[in-house]
Design a protein around this ligand. Structure first.
Ligand code: ADP
Ligand code: MG
Length: 542
């Protein structure tokens, strides 16, 4: 990650370090608490379907500015609608992905299914979107810190420059003396109130958006820890998080729309689900809250073997009719080891079942589409309200095409000149695929001009640091205090067809935190840790 001495530090929710004895005791309790409340995963190193390890977690919640959190929550239904409109814009999806599918086989395979489904006409016009918009605080917002350089992205014209000056003056006026962060360097703005002037979207997920259970579970562990440490009064600054209920209720709403009492909800799963709690808790919630609705779990391979279409194109597994398909797999090439899995995906896409996501939603979530959306004027196509358009426009950081044309080649030159400003992303999900900073030139040099169009370039976001204890299975106790950065995900549920939106709501959140030195922070991948936000106001006392 891009961290240097200018990176601001958010104040911690409680005074650290903790006394050694107290720390050792609370960690032992918290680990057990985590396992016993399902904040757990199957071990990759010593896998057994019969046991769980606790999922890595941050001991106490990380601070997050309340204003920015609330902004993200309020914006989610607008982002939901944006993605819904994008998913239903055949021309936009087709043109945007035209170059990418020439070189990216995986996206091309998805696109082929889309093309075939379009040609046949959609059997099921309704889609269930369960999205997660991921964001990071940007500590180098031009409006607050003239000392720090601006990002290469958004509009720097004269009018915007004047507005920035005005915002800077406002921000300085609101930065109270005496509230500066204790680690601040003289002469550099590092107070808590200036360290989080805005947030930027990292990506939008339209398939397998995880942590509907682990998000709320993180709050449960950290609330327990805060109470154990005698800080129960801090709990009120942890926002409620009903992600699990919000997402599962979304599936049930789709099931109700399908309106066949004996039909089931089908989860499409990987061969091995390491992140099992984050799937089973969804299933258990549905079974407990709506006992009349059955949930099945199948791999793509199993659907290929068992699945067929009925007379009205209903998806049948044996004699069981599927109302809703929830994909927790199918987002990476490894999930399709043979043509059989692709055939299964196609079968499901042509069926009457309501899909989460449908193929057009899946394509709308590609990095290439995200990059296209961030271009000025593109948003106008999807959002009518000027205020909403402005609000969404602000969350994009610079995103650049790598297509083999004049613009793409200029962006290529820019990446070669100043790679430290960027991250290079392929059309993949699930973490571990991106190329960061100084590694970019070598990666680009290995690609042909045409191959580059499978990738997009993005400005690096520079989140503020937080400091605390990260607890991982097998790690040293007591742990050291480490520098960390967080990524917030906001869930959204949207149900509708090309003409109508039936349900659209924000559905809770999740916070993942990683060491500040790590590029990526997937919890299942082993670098990130469960966390939850502790909302702070700029004028809070430490
Ligand atoms: P994936 O689909 O693999 O999750 P992401 O775009 O979410 O891909 O990138 C993976 C991780 O890389 C993110 O969770 C984040 O930690 C980091 N990352 C991605 N984009 C940026 C960026 N622009 N600035 C800083 N970190 C980023
Ligand atoms: Mg991601």
């Amino acid at each position: 990650m891009s961290v240097d001495e200018h990176t601001p530090v958010l104040r911690s929710c409680i005074k650290l370090p903790l006394k050694k004895d107290e720390l050792i005791e609370v960690i032992a309790k918290a680990k057990d608490y985590a396992i016993m409340h399902g904040a757990a995963m199957r071990s990759k190193t010593s896998f057994s379907p019969d046991s769980l390890n606790f999922a890595p977690f941050v001991l106490v919640p990380s601070s997050f500015p309340r204003k920015e959190f609330e902004k993200a929550i309020a914006l989610q239904p607008i982002i939901n609608r944006l993605m819904h409109n994008v998913a239903h814009d055949e021309e936009f999806i087709t043109t945007t992905l035209a170059e990418t599918i020439k070189v990216d086989e995986f996206t091309a395979n998805l696109f082929n299914i889309y093309r075939k489904v379009l040609a046949l006409g959609f059997t099921q016009r309704i889609s269930l979107g369960m999205l997660r918009s991921d964001l990071m605080l940007e500590s180098r917002c031009p409006e607050l810190s003239p000392l720090l350089e601006t990002s290469a992205g958004a509009g720097n014209d004269a009018k915007e420059g004047q507005k920035q000056k005005e915002r800077m003056a406002d921000a300085k006026a609101s930065t109270k003396a005496g509230k500066a962060n204790p680690t601040a360097q003289p002469g550099i703005q590092r107070s808590a109130s200036s360290s989080y002037c805005c947030w930027k979207q990292v990506e939008i997920n339209t398939i397998a958006s995880g942590f509907g259970h682990l998000g709320p579970a993180s709050k449960t562990i950290q609330s327990f820890v805060l109470r154990e440490l005698g800080h129960a009064e801090k709990l009120k600054q942890m926002p409620k998080n009903e992600a699990l209920a919000g997402l599962c209720d979304g599936m049930v709403k789709a099931w109700n729309i399908y309106a066949k009492p004996k039909s089931v909800i089908l989860f499409i799963i990987e061969d091995i689900s390491y992140n099992i709690c984050d799937q089973r808790f969804h299933e258990f919630y549905i079974r407990e809250t709506y006992p009349h609705i059955k949930v099945l779990r199948r791999t793509l391979t199993e659907v290929h073997k068992e699945g067929k279409l009925g007379q009205n194109k209903e998806l049948l597994l044996g004699n069981t009719e599927v109302a809703v398909i929830y994909f927790r797999a199918g987002y990476e090439p490894g999930h399709y080891p043979t043509q059989g899995e692709w055939d299964a995906r196609y079968l499901m896409e042509t069926s009457l079942a309501i899909k989460c996501p449908s193929i057009q939603y899946h394509l709308a979530g590609t990095k290439k589409v995200q990059q296209a959306l961030a271009q000025p004027a593109v948003l106008e196509r999807f959002i009518n309200d000027p205020e909403e358009m402005k609000a969404v426009g602000k969350i994009f950081t610079g995103l650049y095409s790598m297509d083999d044309n004049e613009v793409g080649n200029a962006n290529y030159e820019m990446a070669m000149r100043t790679p430290e400003k960027f991250v290079l992303k392929p059309q993949r999900e699930g973490g571990g695929n991106n190329v960061y900073g100084l590694d970019i030139p070598d990666a680009l040099k290995r690609m042909s001009r045409v191959e580059r169009s499978a990738w997009i370039l993005m400005d690096l976001i520079h989140p503020p640091l937080s400091q605390g204890y990260m607890i991982r299975p097998g790690s040293d106790v007591p742990p050291q205090i480490v520098d960390m950065v967080s990524e917030l995900g906001i869930f959204g549920v949207i149900i509708g067809d090309a003409d109508h939106i039936i349900h659209n709501y924000q559905a809770g959140h999740m916070l993942r935190t990683k060491l500040s030195t790590a590029n990526e922070g997937g919890v299942a991948a082993g670098l990130g840790a469960l966390d939850s936000p502790y909302l702070i106001d700029s004028d809070d006392e430490d």
